[in-house]
Design a protein around this ligand. Structure first.
Ligand code: ADP
Ligand code: MG
Length: 324
């Protein structure tokens, strides 16, 4: 990077959307006005080259896009509307200006479709790997937050869309898995994941008691987080897990492992009372969004089980499972 100031000028948005933004990029810090009736949501996620991505599996555009998407997903999992983001980037030698611009283009194109504004960041050089850390801000109506501790026995367990796609896509990109059939949907799920912002907002607006988590680490792990926070037993029904045709081209055992332990699909997993399930799924249908019942919630102690044709089996939080 020749000139940090020239770089900041280049990536500075030439228009912003949010009326609550008082000062964006240019001063010592950004200034935003709080909105009455709302709680602020703040989160941060860091992606490190060769840990979270590498230059073979992701283009610079995709790296930027995903760095913002993972943060938007955390806001969605709180039932929030994303508003602002800041970017801290540590740049090693060897990245061209065009590649850096592409990283920012990946972020800004995703941000644009949700009217999110880039309001600041930090730029440093490093002798280590490229590291990009995005801090996102969102807001949620007061008392409409969707916490992991909200699940109760008797609830329906739901998922907003199929999982396992991103893990399958990564295996394909790393050339560990192969198929001659069309599998672009899988690689795209890994490279350009869609944060489920609209689904999160619908869940929040429904007014129902809802426990919610986004699938960043894998279905098993996220279900465990809800089970632990709510002290309940979560039962996932294997035959109810939504899937897509592209997954059917791979070995069934691999697919189940990708689904349960893969992660990075950024669908939302949650629970709602059985009484409200039908009207919640109707609300989703009316708004052109998908939601699937994938299991049930019963009395604790906290654990997660998989109900398959072999019966009920406990599943671990990560990696290893009992049925392979
Ligand atoms: P300071 O020395 O006060 O921290 P900087 O020169 O680091 O100021 O930043 C100047 C402005 O540019 C600030 O508004 C900062 O938030 C913004 N900024 C710096 N680096 C980035 C970046 N990588 N992405 C977005 N905004 C940035
Ligand atoms: Mg600074």
């Amino acid at each position: 990077m020749k000139d940090e100031f020239e770089f900041i000028n280049r990536i500075k948005p030439n228009k912003t959307h949010q009326p609550t933004l008082i000062e964006g990029i240019g001063d010592d810090a950004a200034l935003i006005r709080p909105e009455s009736g709302y709680d602020d949501i703040l989160c941060v996620d860091t992606m490190v080259e060769n840990i979270h991505f590498n230059r073979k599996t992701m283009t610079p555009y995709q790296i930027g896009y995903k760095a913002l998407a993972v943060n938007m997903s955390d806001i969605a999992a709180m039932g929030g509307q994303p508003k602002f983001y800041l970017v801290s980037i540590a740049i090693p030698n060897g990245w061209t200006e065009t590649e850096l611009d592409d990283i920012y283009r990946g972020m800004s194109e995703l941000a644009e479709s949700y009217e999110m504004d880039l309001i600041g960041g930090d730029t440093v050089s490093t002798s280590g790997p490229l590291t990009i850390s995005v801090t996102a801000h969102g807001r949620v109506k007061q008392d409409r937050k969707l916490l992991r501790r909200n699940a109760k026995p008797g609830d329906v367990l739901f998922l907003t869309g199929p999982v396992g796609l991103s893990a399958a896509g990564l295996s394909i990109l790393l050339e560990e898995a192969h198929s001659d059939k069309p599998i672009e949907e899988l690689t795209k799920a890994h490279q350009l994941p869609t944060p489920q912002v609209k689904a999160g907002l619908l869940l929040s607006e429904s007014g129902y008691r809802i426990a919610l988590n986004d699938v960043s680490d894998g279905l098993a792990s996220e279900a465990h987080e809800i089970a632990e926070a709510s002290q309940v037993h979560i039962v996932i029904a294997e035959d109810k897990l939504p899937t897509i045709e592209a997954l059917s081209f791979f070995d069934k055992k691999n697919v189940l492992d990708w689904m349960l332990n893969g992660g990075e699909d950024f669908q939302l997993i949650g629970t709602v009372s059985a009484e409200h399930w039908i009207s919640l799924s109707n609300l989703f249908e009316k708004n052109g969004q998908t939601i699937h019942q994938i299991g049930t919630v019963s009395e604790g102690p906290s654990k997660v089980s998989l109900n398959s044709k072999n019966g009920l089996m406990p599943i671990d939080k990560k990696g290893y499972n009992h049925f392979t």
